[in-house]
Design a protein around this ligand. Structure first.
Ligand SMILES: [Fe+2]
Ligand SMILES: [Fe+2]
Length: 278
């Protein structure tokens, strides 16, 4: 098995992946039921995503760690360390976020169970399919991150602490977006690697999008104010048109199927520079 680094690794990526050890202690003071512009549906969509992160990001780290011995390139090794530390801090802060949901009686149990089952099922696959799942999921998070950092409608008039946690997470997802992919390419080059990568992306597409919608519905059962017709119209617009949470995520997954794809084809390094300067 080759551990050669793909030719295009990190041409537009960071020289260094630097974790930012930040805390979001004010989340518990927010109204977690309808923090997104008073809309409970969009709020629960994000809350559902937050619930996926602690166990999901542990799995991402696990799938990269089981390939650690096959990585020989010193730069990629350093990037892997940065990626692991960033994901560990993301998990830690999303646990704080998720505790705020529990404290406000938002029913998180079902979403956590669905997520756990999905991850356990993925862990039954080969080492290769586990890493391919992480590379695919990281492509989705990178797409969402780019949307969060370029389109103000993604956060609307959310409280500052909410904007801060989601944008911080988005900046770091952008920064390490190529790491799992580069490890995958180094460990599984060639046609077989490409075919598995595409197949797993297809599987991720058809499970991830319905999964986050199911999660949103499960959480909506516990909100203190039931959604109105106006909320549903706003949510449909949010998902499919402007900003197009789902449509853009699906549309922007298409380049991933190109044999020559690399996450830094999308040159959005400026998000990181802007955040660091701010
Ligand atoms: Fe993360
Ligand atoms: Fe990530």
């Amino acid at each position: 098995m080759s551990s050669q680094i793909p030719e295009r690794t990190n041409i537009h990526g960071p020289a260094e992946i630097k974790p930012r050890d930040v805390h979001f202690d004010k989340l518990k003071d927010l109204n977690m039921h309808n923090w997104h512009g008073g809309n409970p549906i969009i709020s629960q969509l994000y809350n559902g995503l937050s619930l996926l992160f602690p166990e999901g990001e542990d799995f991402f780290v696990h799938s990269v760690r089981i390939h650690a011995k096959q990585i020989t390139d010193p730069a990629l090794k350093t990037h892997v360390k940065g990626f692991m530390t960033q994901e560990a801090i993301h998990s830690r802060e999303h646990i704080v976020y998720n505790e705020a949901l529990d404290e406000q009686k938002i029913p998180t149990k079902r979403v956590l169970e669905m997520n756990h089952k999905g991850i356990e099922w993925t862990k039954k696959g080969s080492k290769q399919s586990q890493l391919a799942s992480t590379a695919a999921a990281e492509h989705f998070t990178a797409t969402l991150a780019d949307m969060l950092l370029t389109d103000d409608r993604m956060m609307g008039d959310a409280p500052e602490e909410m904007k801060r946690i989601w944008r911080w997470h988005a900046v770091e997802e952008t920064e390490h977006k190529a790491v799992a992919y580069d490890v995958y390419q180094a460990c599984y080059p060639g046609v077989q690697g490409y075919l598995v990568r595409c197949l797993i992306m297809l599987l991720t597409l058809v499970t991830f999008v319905p999964g986050i919608l199911l999660g949103t519905f499960a959480l909506l059962r516990g909100v203190n104010e039931k959604p109105t017709g106006k909320h549903w119209r706003q949510a449909l617009k949010f998902l499919f048109w402007g900003p197009g949470f789902i449509t853009k995520m699906v549309w922007r997954s298409l380049p991933y199927f190109k044999p020559s794809f690399h996450p830094w084809d999308e040159q959005n390094f400026h998000h990181i520079t802007e955040w660091n300067e701010a």
